[in-house]
Design a protein around this ligand. Structure first.
Ligand code: NAP
Length: 524
């Protein structure tokens, strides 16, 4: 019985390494891996051992017989990949690279700035070396970055990567300094003095701008802030989200656009069973929005969403998903083309909430006198709405103390090396693309550069852990450690369990900090 990779695939390739017959591709190092929308099991070569399923951090790999109706299209997708790319030349066993060993035996201390997926995969790669200890900083009292504050609450499978991150945190040599903002509480320069190396993994905190009139009107929000709002980010809980209109407009056709369109139309009872923040859930449950129009400036062939997400969207029960080609012909081939064409001829069903994917609709202005009243498209038409979500991509912000490339919103680097002793990984390194697991190979590349520099004789720091603790204490900065985070995690799960949810997030900095330092932590 063959196994099948399904929608939640995070592409971190743990499955590839686990597979004894090398039947999961594209594998790291193979053409197409970096751009792959997901990985695929070859149904003819799979021996059905289930090793991939056990290794998958997000439970995305299932035996064929266990697929739900919504997951069944993935069986076709997995097989179709091998019709196009046979990988016939693959060796019979997955090649696990030999573990590299450092030439130095001195203790090495590395600071990782940012406790999101890129930061934690970086820590994991570094901790394969017993000489290395890693301190992971984050400005929030909670780790996991976009896994906690970005991944949509109806994608709970993806959030299971948290158990992988928990295992990383438990390794010897790992420390958290949460609630410490690099750039405010301690500078990059000071970190460089106190550590042998610093890896900056701060992601892309801002959003790209449309550059059209009306972008700043109340009711025009970036998807970045809307996503942070419903995911309980403490700095976004006061966001004003007008939900009293029947129509919302989303600009852009990436996976983020699909995420926000789904959340706006989701059944509140289903959302209640997720870890969505409670305030935003109540606002969404009372929402008047019945229709979400997703605008693509180009044609359906050029839509930015990935095929797994399109399959998930098309399979939504109780929501009409329709497609307006804007007069274009759909020329995409394969399963993607078939699905796009199927959506283009779907008939709406009365009484349902609707998502319309509307193509060849170029937004030229967001209109309204004191708040959003509509979006002008193709110069002539105005789509009436009170809520516009701009989902046109994230953008990295300059990091004080590091160079910055204005054009790409990244820190210029050579495979992760900014300069000997200073490195980057994740979106601040490569721009806002890829999935949670893409950060694993990204981190591996960066750490490999760092290890090369250590082997070449990187100058050791003369400062100690105690020096840094003194510096922070002198500024009144009290880092939250792993046990503090555990106390938050436990309390959120306890509150969630009482309501039949995976967790109920604590959403204010004060309460997060109080929970981290409360007696709850003593019950570890
Ligand atoms: P994205 O994939 O880059 O999509 C951006 C969209 O904005 C494109 O449709 C683009 O259209 C459009 N756009 C850009 N400038 C525009 C303008 N001036 N006017 C109108 N439209 C404009 O970005 P994203 O959705 O933020 O996703 C970021 C990354 O996170 C992606 O790699 C994505 O796959 C990943 N992600 C994955 C998941 C998941 O796997 N479930 C969920 C969320 C995000 P053009 O193509 O015409 O430029």
């Amino acid at each position: 019985m063959a196994y099948v990779v399904t929608q939640a695939c995070c592409a971190d390739a743990s499955c590839v390494v686990a597979c004894p017959v090398n039947c999961i591709h594209p594998a790291p190092g193979e053409p197409g891996f970096a751009e792959a929308e997901m990985l695929y099991v070859d149904p003819l070569a799979c021996v059905g051992c289930g090793a991939c399923s056990t290794a998958c951090p997000v439970d995305a790999i299932k035996p064929q017989h266990a697929l739900t109706a919504a997951e069944r299209p993935f069986s076709v997708l997995n097989a179709a990949y091998y019709e196009e790319f046979s990988h016939a030349d693959r060796p019979p066993l997955a090649v696990v690279p030999k573990q590299r060993r450092l030439t130095t035996t001195r203790p090495v201390r590395v600071a990782v700035v940012g406790a999101g997926p890129a930061g934690l995969y970086t820590a994991d790669e570094l901790l394969r070396h017993p000489e290395v200890a890693v301190d992971v900083f984050d400005r929030l009292p909670t780790p996991y970055g976009l896994l906690r504050a970005g991944v949509a609450p109806d994608h709970q499978h993806t959030k299971q990567a948290a158990s992988l991150f928990r295992a990383i945190e438990e390794q010897p040599g790992f420390r958290y300094l949460l609630g410490v903002e690099v750039g405010r509480d301690v500078t990059q320069g000071e970190l460089a003095q106190h550590y042998d190396a610093v890896v900056t993994c701060v992601g892309a905190a801002s959003d790209k701008r449309l550059g059209i009139a009306g972008e700043e009107l109340p009711g025009s929000l970036s998807a970045t802030e809307f996503v942070a709002w419903y995911n309980g980010h403490p700095e976004r809980q006061h966001l004003a989200v007008p939900l009293e209109h029947e129509r919302a407009v989303v600009i852009g056709t990436g996976n983020v656009a699909l995420d926000v369109a789904r959340i706006l139309t989701a059944d509140p009872d289903e959302l209640a069973r997720t870890d969505i923040a409670t305030g935003p859930w109540a606002a969404l449950a009372a929402s008047s929005v019945r229709e979400v129009v997703v605008l693509g400036r180009r044609g359906p062939d050029d839509a930015a969403f990935t095929l797994p997400e399109l399959v998930g969207l098309a399979g939504l029960a109780n929501i009409d998903v329709l497609l307006d080609t804007g007069g274009a012909e759909i020329t995409t081939t394969g399963e993607r083309g078939r699905l796009l064409r199927e959506l283009a001829v779907r008939e709406p069903k009365a009484g349902r909430r609707t998502i319309v994917l509307r193509f060849h609709a170029v937004p030229s202005a967001i209109v309204g006198r004191t708040f959003v009243e509509g979006v002008r498209v193709n110069e002539a038409e105005t789509i009436g709405t009170g809520l516009v979500l701009r989902a046109v991509g994230y953008r990295g912000q300059p990091v004080p103390g590091l160079p910055y490339d204005e054009a790409t919103g990244t820190v210029p680097n050579d495979r992760g090396r900014v300069a000997p002793g200073s490195y980057v990984a994740g979106w601040i390194k490569r721009g806002p693309t890829g999935f949670i697991g893409t950060n694993k190979s990204c981190a591996q590349e960066t750490v490999s550069q760092l290890l090369d520099d250590l082997d070449a004789g990187l100058a050791p720091t003369r400062r100690t852990e105690r020096d840094l603790a003194g510096l922070l204490a002198g500024r009144g900065v009290r880092p939250i450690d792993r046990e503090g985070w555990r106390a938050i995690d436990r309390e959120e799960r306890r509150r969630g369990a009482a309501a039949g949810r995976p967790r109920t997030k604590i959403v204010t900095l004060d309460e997060l900090r109080a929970t981290a330092t409360s007696r709850l932590r003593e019950t570890v």
